[in-house]
Design a protein around this ligand. Structure first.
Ligand code: P5A
Length: 444
C-alpha cells in the first residue's frame, strides 16, 4: 500500500477525552473514530488489526475442532424469556420493538440463541461432542463506557458454546478452551493469565478470566509470579486428548492467580512472599462451565448411550476481539507510539523514502515493495513528499514492527537500513538481504 493513496488520518494533538495510552494512540494513529459513547467506526488501520486478531482466533478455534457459524445481532426477546434472563439481565440489555410491536434485543451474548439452534437439530449423544462459535458484534449498554474500545457498548466478541453428553465431557471442553486460548494469546504476542473468577450473569461455578497484566486494567488481580514464567511455545497439542489438555490446565492453574472477586487471603499467604504480586489486569477473555442451566430451562435434551433423555451439558467461552486491539497496545507502546507484535501488525513493514522524486530512491523503494508483496508480505510505503522527520514520526506512531529506510547516501554504498521498532536498532544491508531478513522473520 502506498501511503499517498491510503486513508490514515493521524492526529498531531493528543485527544483530551482519552485517559489511557491505548485510547490516545488509537485516536492519534487514525485507527478509530467515535460515533457515539462506546460506539466506534474502525478506520482502515484499526480495521486491519481487528481482522488480524479475528483471523488468529478463527485459526486457533478451528485447530481445537470448533465449528464456525454466524448468528444475528438482533434476537427475539421470547428466547430470553424462556431462560428467564430477559428480566434478569437488567439495563445493560438494549431492548428494541419492531414495527409489529415484537420485542427484540441487540444481543449482549448468545447462550439462548445457540441453545435454540441446538435443540432444533440435535437429539442424540452420537452427534456430540460439539462446539459451535461465532465472531459477531455485541451490545451492552454499559453505564460507563470508557477507555475507547476497551469498554465499549458495541464490541466484537468471539463466543463459543460447547454441547456435551455429561459433566466430564463438558469439563474436557472447558480445558480444551483454556488451552486454545493460551495459544491464541501467545500468537498475538501477549501473555494472558487464566485466573479463577466470578461467573456474573452468564452463570455456573467453574469460570476463569484471562488477564493481561497492565496498570490501567480495570480488575484487581493477585498472583504468584511463577505463573508468568509459563509458556506454551510450539509444543504440539492434541485437543482430543483429555490427559494432554488436563496436564496443561494443571500446569497453568497450579500457581495462585485470582481476581478480587474470588481472592482468598489465606491461600495467597501460602505463596512465598517474594513471589506474591497484587496488580491490575485487563480481562481479554473468559470461559464458563454452567452445566444444564440453559438446556433445562429451554428443553435442549439428548438421548444418552443408555437410551435416557437428559439435558445437554454446556459451557460458553468468550474472547474480547475488539478489546484486544486496545489491550495489546496497552502492553506494547512507548512515548513515540504503538509497537505492534508481529502477529497482529496492520502492515508487516514500513518503507520510508528519504528523497521522494529521486530516481534511484523511488526505483529501489518500488522494488522493495514489489518483492515483499511477491513474498506474501504487506508493506506500507511512505511515498509522500514529506520531511524525513515527519515520515519517521508517522511510522513510530502507527507502530509497524520493521522499517526499511531508503536514502541517497545509503544507496551510494548499495545499502538500505532495516530498523526494529521495538529495540530501535538499525542495520545497514543490501536490498536483497533486507528483504530476505523480513521474509525470514515472518515465516518463523
Ligand atoms: C462467554 C461467551 C460472555 O459473554 N457468553 C458468551 C460469555 N462472557 S463475558 O466475559 O461477559 O465476555 C467475553 C469477553 O468479551 C469482552 N467484553 C468486552 N469488550 C469490550 N467492551 C465491553 N463492554 C465488553 N464486555 C465484555 C471481554 O474481553 C470478555 O472477557
Amino acid at each position: 500500500m502506498r501511503l499517498s493513496r491510503y486513508f490514515l488520518p493521524v492526529l498531531k494533538e493528543t485527544p483530551a477525552e482519552a485517559q489511557i495510552a491505548s485510547h490516545r494512540l488509537m485516536l492519534r494513529a487514525g485507527m478509530i473514530k467515535q460515533a457515539s459513547a462506546g460506539i466506534y467506526s474502525w478506520l482502515p488501520l484499526g480495521y486491519k488489526v481487528l481482522k488480524n486478531i479475528e483471523r488468529i482466533v478463527h485459526e486457533e478455534q478451528q485447530a481445537a475442532g470448533h465449528i464456525p457459524l454466524l448468528m444475528p445481532t438482533l434476537q427475539p426477546a421470547d428466547l430470553w424469556r424462556e431462560s428467564g434472563r430477559y428480566d434478569a439481565y437488567g439495563p445493560e440489555m438494549l431492548r428494541i420493538r419492531d414495527r409489529h410491536e415484537r420485542d427484540m434485543l441487540f444481543g449482549p451474548t448468545n447462550e439462548e440463541m445457540i441453545t435454540d439452534i441446538f435443540r432444533s437439530h440435535v437429539t442424540s449423544y452420537r452427534d456430540l461432542p460439539m462446539t459451535l462459535y461465532h465472531i459477531q458484534w455485541k451490545f451492552r449498554d454499559e453505564v460507563r463506557p470508557r477507555f475507547g474500545v476497551m469498554r465499549g457498548r458495541e464490541f466484537y466478541m468471539k463466543d463459543g458454546y460447547n454441547f456435551d453428553v455429561d459433566r466430564e465431557a463438558a469439563l474436557h471442553a472447558y480445558n480444551r478452551h483454556m488451552v486454545s486460548y493460551l495459544r491464541t494469546y501467545e500468537r498475538m504476542g501477549i501473555q494472558a493469565i487464566p485466573m479463577r473468577a466470578d461467573s456474573g450473569p452468564i452463570g455456573g461455578e467453574d469460570t476463569h478470566e484471562f488477564l493481561l497484566l497492565a496498570e490501567t486494567g480495570e480488575s484487581e488481580v493477585f498472583y504468584d509470579t511463577a505463573i508468568t514464567d509459563l509458556k506454551l511455545g510450539a509444543r504440539p497439542i492434541d485437543y482430543d486428548s483429555v490427559a494432554d489438555c488436563q496436564a496443561i490446565v494443571d500446569e497453568w492453574t497450579a500457581p495462585y492467580a485470582r481476581t478480587d472477586e474470588t481472592h482468598d487471603e489465606s491461600l495467597f499467604d501460602a505463596v512465598p512472599e517474594e513471589r506474591r504480586r497484587v496488580s491490575r489486569g485487563i480481562e481479554v477473555g473468559q470461559i464458563f462451565y454452567f452445566g444444564t442451566k440453559y438446556s433445562e430451562a429451554m428443553g435442549a435434551t439428548i438421548t444418552n448411550s443408555e437410551g435416557q433423555v437428559v439435558p445437554v451439558h454446556m459451557g460458553s467461552h468468550g474472547i474480547g476481539v475488539s478489546r484486544l486491539v486496545g489491550a495489546i497496545i496497552e502492553a506494547n507502546h512507548d512515548d513515540k507510539g504503538i509497537i505492534w507484535p508481529e502477529g497482529v501488525a496492520p502492515f508487516h513493514c514500513g518503507i520510508v523514502n528519504l528523497r521522494q522524486g529521486d530516481g534511484d530512491c523511488d526505483a529501489i523503494c518500488a522494488r522493495i515493495e514489489a518483492e515483499l508483496m511477491t513474498a506474501g508480505l504487506d508493506p506500507l510505503y511512505d511515498d509522500r513528499d514529506e520531511r524525513a522527520g515527519a515520515k519517521f514520526a508517522t511510522m513510530d506512531l502507527i507502530g509497524l514492527p520493521w522499517r526499511i529506510t531508503v536514502g541517497p547516501r545509503g544507496l551510494k554504498n548499495g545499502v538500505v537500513e532495516l530498523t526494529s521498532r521495538r529495540t530501535g536498532e538499525s542495520e545497514e544491508l543490501p536490498v536483497e538481504a533486507a528483504v530476505d531478513r523480513l521474509v525470514q522473520i515472518y515465516s518463523s
